[in-house]
Ligand binder design. Sequence first.
Ligand code: AMP
Length: 286
Amino acid sequence: MKVVKKLNEMSKISSSLITKGFVLGLVPTMGDLHEGHLSLVRLAKSQCQKLIMSIFVNPTQFGPREDFKKYPRDFEGDYSKAIKEGVDYIFLPTDEEMYGTDYKTFVEVSKLGSIMCGRSRPGHFKGVCTVVLKLFNIIKPNRAYFGQKDYQQVVIIKKMVEDLNLSVDIVSCPTIREKDGLALSSRNKYLSTEERKSAAELYRQLNLAAEMIGGGERDLGKIEKIITGNLKKVKHIKKVDYFNLRDNVSLKELKHAGVSGQKILAATAVWVGGTRLIDNIIIKIE
Ligand code: AMP
């Protein structure tokens, strides 16, 4: 496994792999790798001939008062996990390498980027799209792998790929969870023992919404109200940014559940103590 820090070198390596006819897979990450990241790597390994993982804590996707500085970084740990999984290249650029000193160009997917997480994190998806497009341009992967844990991110990246005629397949991968249902996240490290217990409530409440729909409730506004209320009552949950039931493709708000076969995205973002956690599930109407 080779670690590449320079953008030009990464581009050259990629071009030569493409010339040789290899199918290139890219797994973009911010590092501090856990089983969620590794599940993306495993799927990518099974579908691609050469695998590049990027590790870059992207400053442009963090707001001024967010956790960019304290975001967990553990390159040694990441290196040994990546090598075990058979990653071929780690692309590890510096901020300077990616953005230089006079960076001015950003990519924004309008509307989709300003709802849900975009409402509470203005500019977040603009930073995500910009860095992902840069990675696509540098590496030119055939396939890129993203986790459903960040569902809105996948929808937005797919839209960017469609609108900008990019020739990369976006593969979305299932959410990996702890035994009690908490979705794995690098930010779970911020939680105290007590907060960690409360964090499991996110997944429970998403499933409760699924049960209500399964039980015949069709008024989605009512379910949103009940679940938001439940989340607000959980010890250590300081704020509910949103709990939404939306169309799983367009992300449009839904007031009523529809016909059998319809898929509804149930998604939430809450503050457990000082830590913002997100989670989602897809509910299929039987
Ligand atoms: P991050 O390092 O948090 O930017 O995540 C890098 C990629 O891993 C993103 O595509 C995430 O959606 C994905 N990911 C993070 N956590 C999980 C998880 N628990 N299960 C599956 N994928 C995940």
